[in-house]
Design a protein around this ligand. Structure first.
Ligand code: MN
Length: 231
């Protein structure tokens, strides 16, 4: 059997300290998982169960790249996030077993067309166009659990041109990594290669062409992106 057109290369991200790469299957993102960010988005963080949205796997971009300023927006935002890389799939995973499904952790930037997201929210439409556009998932090198364990506290930060814009602690996550894995796996079968973007802390803001934006989580590899001119 052949393919009637050339199949795309399998999307992948770098692995810290290795030439090997982590193949990306799907990207699940947690909405409003830090209370102060939920508040800055005008929401009450205490009453909402976690909710999810997705990005296409081929939206991934390695750290260190320049991506063009995306079309159809005047308000491109950064969002620093810890990335959870799933190594072993499963359904209905209990919280107590959830961390056994993790291959590693990284740092990412959930680029967002905030103006399109506001329209989607106001009109009750899906978030896809605000979150799932080309080059919207900047993902730094993934560090294996064998090297970094399971980070659950410590600094998560983001700078733009060297100035700090987000500065929080992983302990502030409303829904912990085991809880997120368990809840996700009750709605879909998690698969090896799935990435989870675990949510961003307060301080989100706009990027413009020429900006250099670095997200970091203590103990993990940084994730840097440069915003280029529009396509
Ligand atoms: Mn996000």
């Amino acid at each position: 059997m052949g393919f009637v057109i050339d199949p795309a290369l399998h999307p992948s991200v770098a692995v810290t300290g290795s030439e090997d790469r982590f193949p990306v299957r799907r990207i699940f993102c947690v909405g409003r998982n830090y209370a102060a960010h939920a508040r800055e988005m005008g929401k009450d963080p205490d009453r909402e169960p976690p909710f999810f949205f997705t990005k296409p796997a081929d939206a991934v971009v390695d750290s260190g790249q320049t991506v063009p300023y995306p079309p159809q927006t005047q308000n491109l935002h950064y969002e620093a996030e810890m990335i959870v890389a799933i190594g072993t799939g499963g359904r209905n995973i209990p919280e107590a077993d959830a961390l056994n499904h993790v291959w590693g952790y990284g740092t990412g930037n959930d680029l967002t067309r905030r103006d399109l997201q506001k329209v989607a929210k106001d009109m009750g439409r899906p978030w896809d166009w605000s979150k799932g556009f080309d080059n919207s998932a900047i993902i730094g090198p993934i560090s294996p659990v064998s090297k970094v364990g399971h980070p659950s506290k410590g600094s998560i930060r983001l700078t733009v041109n060297g100035e700090t814009r987000q500065d929080a602690d992983l302990e502030e996550l409303i829904w912990s990594v085991p809880e997120v894995i368990s809840i996700l796996s009750h709605s879909i079968a998690l698969q090896p290669g799935d990435l989870i973007m675990s949510g961003t802390p307060a301080g989100v803001g706009a990027l413009k062409p020429g900006d250099v934006c670095t997200a970091s989580v203590v103990g993990l590899s940084d994730c840097t992106v440069t915003i280029g001119d529009p396509v």
